[in-house]
Write a protein that binds this ligand. Structure first.
Ligand code: F0G
Length: 353
């Protein structure tokens, strides 16, 4: 029986690795493309969800991290550093300790989901909570990487995007061609650039007959690309994409413009409604930021931007269990009173009689 070997071994000839590269993997990638019945019905399109919460640490970041940590290991690095809204730090921590390196992570204090914090802590990361935003954290880690013996593993490290582009390969491998549209959330803006790179490479090598339009979605309170200006105090319930000055800003604009796509913004309510819809109708529980692509699709439908019959892939970027506080805060929980332990009582409370 064949076991998925992780993105480096599965796509070795398309990645900047050599036979000397020690492959640090947790079996990332190979995530399911799930038919989205509810979204397809809502939009008269053929909609698929690329479920990246199924990666080893629960987000798409693992695709880039296997590359970053493998190449850091090859270079003999002993410590790695990243800034993060949570998922990058969880991933960096897991892959770094696996390679015997010390993970150092900078996070905006009080602004990351608890599940992600738990991951970094349990993996043994050295955690520094910064009195500032993600953008402040990123500025500092860039400086640390210049002046201290620590390898920077944020997506400003281009090998991260090389790893992340494999998700586009998987989509084409699964569908037999590229979709018409690819929708996803945009935060620090690396992932939209990575997918676009992957789709371009497959089209160039005739493994796909077309390239999708790339449609990215930011949260209204953290939408620097849509507004065309840095957001000094980004704010959104979707903490993962609370970014005011994305590192891959230009790459994201290029992906949008070269693909004939768009980058738009959504309210927090649209994002939370989509999170709820994905969970309630598709059976897919994602964290708030990860629902931005689905929210974007519903928004596009209401704006008349969609052409019926289109094939649409939406990346849902991270697992819902990472942020249960937000889920429970914003989704009404109808808890029944504590019920006697007998069948009749339960049948009554459950509304069966
Ligand atoms: N979705 C999730 C769940 C994320 O964690 C991120 C980014 C994005 C979407 C946006 O992707 O930055 O490539 O545009 N999280 C980063 C982090 C910022 O630190 O974990 P992007």
């Amino acid at each position: 029986a064949h076991q998925w070997r992780g993105v480096i071994e599965e796509y070795r000839d398309r990645l900047p690795v050599s036979t000397d590269t020690p492959v640090v993997t947790l079996g990332e990638g190979g995530t399911p493309l799930v038919a989205a019945q509810w979204l397809s019905e809502q939009t008269n399109c053929e909609v698929w969800l690329k479920v990246e919460g199924n990666n080893p640490t629960g987000s798409f970041k693992d695709r880039g991290m296997t590359m970053a940590i493998s190449l850091a290991a090859q270079a003999g690095d002993k410590a790695v550093v990243c800034a993060s809204t949570g998922n990058t730090s969880a991933s960096a921590a897991a892959y770094a300790v696996r390679a015997g390196m010390l993970p150092l992570v900078l996070i905006p204090a009080g602004r990351i989901a608890k599940g992600k914090l738990a991951q970094a802590v349990v993996h043994g990361a050295k955690l520094v909570s910064i009195d500032g935003s993600f953008d402040d954290c990123l500025r500092i880690v860039r400086e640390l990487g210049k002046h201290y013996p620590v390898a920077l593993v944020n997506s400003v490290n281009p090998v991260r995007l090389e790893g992340q582009k494999t998700a586009a390969f998987e989509v084409v491998d699964a569908l037999g061609d590229a979709p018409d549209l690819h929708l996803l959330p945009v935060g620090n803006a690396g992932n939209i650039a990575a997918y676009w790179k992957g789709y371009q490479e497959y089209a160039k090598d005739k493994l796909a007959t077309k390239k999708p339009q790339m449609w990215g979605f930011q949260a209204e309170g953290a939408a620097p690309i849509v507004r065309g200006a840095i957001v000094e105090k980004p704010d959104t319930v979707a903490t993962a994409i609370r970014v005011g000055n994305p590192a891959s800003w230009t790459l994201a604009e290029n992906a949008r413009d070269e693909s004939g796509g768009r980058i738009e913004m959504l309210t927090d309510q649209q994002i939370l409604d989509a999170q709820r819809g994905l969970a309630a109708h598709e059976g897919v529980f994602v964290e708030p930021a990860s629902a931005a692509g689905a929210a974007g699709l519903l928004h596009a439908k209401s704006q008349g931007w969609l052409q019926g019959g289109s094939t649409v892939v939406i990346t849902v970027t991270g697992h819902g269990l990472k942020d249960i506080d937000t889920a429970l805060d914003h989704i009404r929980v109808d808890e029944s009173p504590v019920t006697p332990a007998n069948t009749d009582a339960v049948a009554r409370v459950a509304g069966l009689v």
